[in-house]
Write a protein that binds this ligand. Sequence first.
Ligand SMILES: [Zn+2]
Ligand SMILES: [Zn+2]
Length: 882
Amino acid sequence: MSDAGYDHATVERRWQEAWDEEDAYRTPDDVEDPTYVLGMYPYPSGKLHMGHVRNYTITDAYARFRRMQGDDVLHPMGWDAFGLPAENAAKERDTNPRDWTFDCIETMTEQMESMGFGYDWEREITTCTPEYYQWNQWLFERFHEEGLVERRDAEVNWCPHCETVLADEQVEGEAELCWRCDTPVEQRELEQWFLKITEYADELLESIDDLEGWPNSVRQMQRNWIGRQYGAEVDFDIEGHGPVTAFTTRLDTIHGATFFALAPDHPISEALAEEDEAVRRFVEEEADPDGDEPNGVATGLTATNPATGDEIPVYVADFVLSDVGTGALMAVPGHDERDHVFAEKKGLDVVPVIAPEPEEGEEPEAPDVEEEAYTEDGVLINSGDYSGLDSETARERLTEDIDSAAEATQYQLRDWGISRQRYWGTPIPVIHCEDCGPVTVPEEELPVELPEFINTTGNPLDAAEEWKQTTCPDCGGPAERETDTMDTFVDSSWYFLRYVSPGAEDVPFDLERANDWMPVDQYVGGIEHAVMHLLYSRFFTKVLADHEGLEHREPFTNLLAQGMVQLEGEKMSKSKGNVVSPQRIVEEYGADTARLFMMQAAQPERDFDWSEEGVRSTNAFLARLKGMVEDYVSDEPAGDDDAVASYVDSEIDATIALATDEYDDLTFNKALRETQDLVRTLRQYADYAEPHAETYERGLSAVVRLLAPVAPHLAEELWDELGNDGLVADAAWPTAEVDRDHVTKRRRLVENTREDIRDIVEVAGIEDPKAIDVVVAPDWKYDALEIAIESDADNLIGELMQESHIREQGDAAADYGQDLQAEREALSMTLSPEAEHAALESAAWLIEREFEAPVTVVGADEADEDVLANAEPGRPAIEIDD
Ligand SMILES: [Zn+2]
Ligand SMILES: [Zn+2]
């Protein structure tokens, strides 16, 4: 036996070929409802990185586990193949995005195969092929027919480096940087296509509650993103312009509204800009909605506060956004932090109108709002007839009393702008005609295919003159194609449906099969997709349910957001140069080692540190296991089926029970720890005695199958060496006679007993025990314990004494009853007396080995009264002969 590794390259190649030959991971179209296991498809950037390897090992291990449990499994893979990096790479390398992308796909496919991922490659999809993206176009037109597409002028986030529009979700952090290149984002006004996701805001928000298989963090991020707020709309009259509506969640503070503010692109602001140079300069040049500080300019106008009748000044301010609420704001500096900063800057009045709830019988005391706003609810002050009301009541009353006020709901969620001024994406299927305006391309003319790539600084589609010039489908006159392409998040919003029928030529997906096979049972991917991809996919699924007959309203039942693979506590990244290449690990140690190391290092949701030492010891573990199997096969042992064998047998059962549970929960690290413990037990067994062949082989066979989802190549090799027919990938998952609860109790019993013996030996100073008796409690104590657990009577002893066989025990029953009474809150059921007896007998060899004395497990009927008094369920009495 050696720790120097094994010939992993030969082993892995052999079994990859065998899987190929057997079509081991194919999911036939006629299976009824396979377990759908899916990893977020990768962007083909060139090479797999450790994040990919972790993500796909998780899905692969789970898919293999399910398959061995007898499920039909759907485990496909595809390519999120459109996107800016391919376009940039093509420019740099003077090639075109298509060739570059397909080169990357080829490399990454080979790498995935070398990792042993079991995909149904016949279901592979690649979003940059017309066969796929025609359905993006078709869906766009269906959404359009249903009124879910809109073209409007919009301020957009513009990355000057990428020369593209970014969705809000692609702008990162306080500093508002491009998510791809970290360049500060600018604002531009452009005509854009929007998908009206806001129409689904309420349902997207409310059904989050039902996504019980999702991490709470992701659910909360989506709630925050949708950001529903209840409040009121109320009109302020601006002199010369009439009533202007503002939204507020704090109508209770209206008596403290000391100024009014308009967004820079509010129609009144724009009208004022034409007459007033200061306003013009602010609107066009100075306004910076992304800045750290609120800025604004006085208009010289006043607005009438409808609650007080006061005339308050009107400002144009850049912290008011036209696409949030109404683009107008009643500002209450006493009770809103941002309004407070602005008022301080401009020297405006700050009036407290809400006080903290006073102590019983005391008057409310105005908070000091000079330094900072008081933002909590409380009791109204300085508010005329409304003073003394609590905030909530005041909001209701003011909504009723002010003529223009009405309840209103507002959302943070914006419609989804999908226009991108780039080449490498799905062409938006629209033709612009001078007479007819924008016209969608007739369905029978889809797909609108991308023209050849042109290397230019701007949008290559703009430069593709021949492609661009066309005729209007409505009037036949000369017209131009839309040159924007779709956000690639459109592609990924429904790709999971395409796997169901990847070759479908007349429909995006086979509806009947999608209804049978969806939703995805287990989805795995990075937390960075918590909002965009996972929200858009939910939106698409709901639209398809409403308009295309899909019978599911949510795409993903269970979601796992995997943690990061780090190096010395830092995220691996090319720019930091702290990258471990999966390819090197596979070459040096094999794919099984890489997979096993990752899965045992941490729970999938957690970040963990890559450790070369950990990799080496994982590799050594696999090599040792291989040695154990080879030793067993070449020289079958001839030991007896004795107590030790029975102990090992019960440990095999225990491991299977626990590991199966852990696999079910995707806590692979715990399943693997149990499995490795069993390997250790088997090794100790072989060291201690000549093993009983059947027991030992059962142990090895269980270990091999428990490892098969994570280390599939070596598992195949060992499965074969153990003389089994067929692939371990198709083998039945091992089963146990016991469950987790039984195992936990049994292990606790054995552990407690060993500890009690240690204590006695130490306290009594016994140097050389001659014999150890372990005495199991009498049956009536187990009955009494069960009664105590189930009873809610105050007088437990009284209740116990109603049982004649307990009452017969006299003082012993009363004593034990008192013990139970004292520990009543902490009681829990133990194994049955027979099971405890059996468990102790099979563990006796461990005690014998530790204390070097013969051990006898004694039943209650053979024991002395006085010893018996100390024996309890779960805690046998100990008698040591010295
Ligand atoms: Zn950028
Ligand atoms: Zn026309």
